[in-house]
Design a binder for this molecule. Sequence first.
Ligand code: SAH
Length: 248
Amino acid sequence: MSRASGDSGHGGVNIDHREIARFESQADQWWNPEGPCRSLHDINPLRAGYIAARAGVAGKSLLDVGCGGGILTEALARMGAKMTGIDMGEKPVDAAGRHAAASGLTIRYERTSPEEFARQAPASFDGVVCMELLEHVPDPQAVVHACSVLVRPGGDVFFSTLNKTLKSFVFAILGAEYILRLLPKHSHDWRRFIRPEDLSAWARASGLEPVHAVGLHYNPFRRTYALGGDLHVNYMMHFKRPSAGPTA
Ligand code: SAH
């Protein structure tokens, strides 16, 4: 029997347990800016700024899908969003909850999958952000579909991931994991990287409209990131769920 891509979360099918275990093992270091999540800390102001500039954040109800320890979730909460974060890792979600409480932030965290949450809370959020998750799941299209279900009509969806190019192999695997050691070895599997045209096609198939794409460029000498037009390594994409028409 054929299966719709959005159904693959049943019974936790769309989960790579080795990936979850790796993130569980890093959870107590999640908020260490020099630890294994260092690059997430370094890119955070840029990605939060991108989301705020494109969609507005203050006063919005936003969902962070695959939120991990809450680095982006907290940044968006500080900018005035009402935040919910979901993740399949128990320890990352615990670390996120503890850190938010210690920071005096009110954020709802839940350990669940995007697909399961989409069944519980369709069309519930003004915006959905899903950063650095798609390249860690067996069926990323199902996660894209879940995000399209979770956002309300007229809302915004943001993804970030790694492109599947020779350049991304050289920079994101060889450079980041083996030469500069920005990331622990085996953080990424190049075969799971995603071309922007595939991400766009999956999003369109779920009714989302691509609006904008931007590259995230790392300067290893200055240890800084900048936004730019080159999507060959790390990139973010902004989609919109069309508003319901007057007769819809
Ligand atoms: N989005 C966060 C964390 C990225 S790390 C950030 O950018 O700061 C990837 C996260 O995805 C980890 O916390 C991991 O536990 C989670 N994850 C991996 N597979 C998942 C799945 N199938 N469903 C939900 N979360 C998943």
